[in-house]
Design a protein around this ligand. Structure first.
Ligand code: FMN
Length: 163
């Protein structure tokens, strides 16, 4: 199964997490793409799509994602798997990592199967569109308040994806 990682990142945090995920999953650098300079059609090159956005504004996608996800939503991704991840800040407690939920909503009708839900234990927030009850729709990372937890979370989540 060929894996491609696609990320949007304003200050480099999500880019760094994308590289950590790539290392953990054994994905070569050439298959780790910044959506700012990548065509959505590249999604067609892979079986497992690992998609990551930080959250900006008041619960919005990282800017570079808007054009890319519009193109992606128009594709037929039937047969592909999507695993979502995102970076945010728990002190933005009403919109914590909302971009993960936004990606899910925009891509849920593409025919792809979503994998990689991750336990919500250990996170503190009031509301998050990334949350699907007891689980998050993907890996969420808070490098602002809990950078010490990032490596363990990445390792745990990647182990789930490899199952
Ligand atoms: C103006 C501003 C708005 C933000 N809004 C949110 C938000 O609504 N929810 C959230 O979880 N994080 C929010 N964040 C935190 C960023 O998502 C976080 O710093 C992230 O690590 C940035 O990743 P990037 O460098 O990959 O873009 C915000 C940060 C800033 C500076």
């Amino acid at each position: 199964m060929k894996t491609g990682i696609f990320y949007g990142s304003a200050t480099g945090v999500t880019a760094e997490v994308a590289r950590k995920i790539g290392k953990e999953l054994g994905v070569p650098d050439a298959d780790i793409h910044d959506v700012a300079d990548t065509a959505p059609a590249r999604l067609g090159d892979y079986d497992l799509l690992v998609l990551g956005s930080s959250t900006w504004g008041n619960g919005e996608l990282e800017d570079d994602w808007y054009d890319f996800v519009a193109g992606a939503a128009a594709l037929d991704l039937d047969g592909k798997k999507i695993a979502l991840f995102g970076c945010g800040d728990e002190t933005m407690s009403e919109t914590f990592c909302d971009a993960v939920g936004e990606l899910y909503d925009r891509l849920k009708d593409t025919g792809a199967t979503f994998i990689g839900e991750y336990g919500a234990d250990g996170y503190t927030f009031d509301s998050s569109r990334a949350s699907d009850g007891a689980l998050m729709r993907g890996l969420v990372i808070d490098e602002v308040n809990h950078p010490d937890l990032t490596d363990r979370r990445v390792e745990e989540w990647c182990a789930l994806l490899k199952k």
